[in-house]
Design a protein around this ligand. Structure first.
Ligand SMILES: CC(C)(COP(=O)(O)OP(=O)(O)OC[C@H]1O[C@@H](n2cnc3c(N)ncnc32)[C@H](O)[C@@H]1OP(=O)(O)O)[C@@H](O)C(=O)NCCC(=O)NCCS
Length: 172
């Protein structure tokens, strides 16, 4: 387990999938994310099996005390160029805007930089997702630029903002 100030990151277990399924099928949670289709338990199980087999993906459950509130991931892990993408979903709406996302991300960055020896962590976010962008900035992410017409969602092609943080040493 990896301890942050407010959260603990632990391994995602198969028994967590029921909760994951509820979150990915909640349009309030996913409205600013890339996902578009309703998901089945079978798809969730396949996703979980894929993670177990992959060296390039790490997904952690975010635990706030006894409550499991979301997932955070480091994916596309590239050990040659020492970079990875970060993804996060706090599925429990009552835990939004209370600093849990910020703490989970800072904890993951500490793992990425201090344990995995990565150099860069980056992500894609819809420019309209102001909460996420504010949260990423608090964690040290900077805007890199826009990738144009990158995702087709809600009837139109949408740009995505690329943000990244580079390990310059000293991430605690
Ligand atoms: C995005 C997400 C990870 C952020 O986690 P969180 O725990 O809610 O975020 P935090 O409380 O740590 O930080 C949110 C910040 O955004 C601010 N904020 C909230 N709504 C905002 C808005 N509409 N405009 C600007 N800032 C906003 C909050 O006030 C807070 O900043 P502050 O601490 O300076 O006051 C979480 O809300 C989530 O999982 N959302 C759904 C899925 C998602 O969008 N994932 C990201 C996909 S790229």
């Amino acid at each position: 387990m990896i301890k942050g100030k407010k959260v603990v990151l632990r391994a995602l277990e198969k028994k967590d999938l029921k909760r994951c399924l509820k979150w990915v099928n909640d349009s309030e949670v996913t409205k600013d994310m890339g996902t578009s289709f309703p998901k089945s338990m079978h798809e969730e199980e396949r996703w979980y099996e894929g993670i177990q087999k992959s060296e390039k993906r790490k997904i952690f459950a975010i635990q706030a005390g006894k409550r499991y509130i979301g997932n955070i991931s480091l994916e596309n892990i590239d050990y040659r160029n020492r970079k990875a993408t970060l993804g996060i979903m706090i599925g429990e709406l009552g835990y939004w805007n209370r600093g849990y996302g910020t703490d989970a991300i800072k904890t993951s960055l500490s793992l990425a930089f201090n344990e995995m020896n990565l150099h860069k962590v980056y992500l894609y976010v819809f420019p309209s997702n102001k909460r996420a962008i504010r949260c990423y900035k608090k964690c040290g992410f900077e805007k890199e630029g826009l990738v144009r017409d990158h995702v087709f969602k809600q009837g139109k092609y949408q740009d995505l903002l690329v943000m990244s943080v580079i390990n310059k040493g000293g991430m605690k």
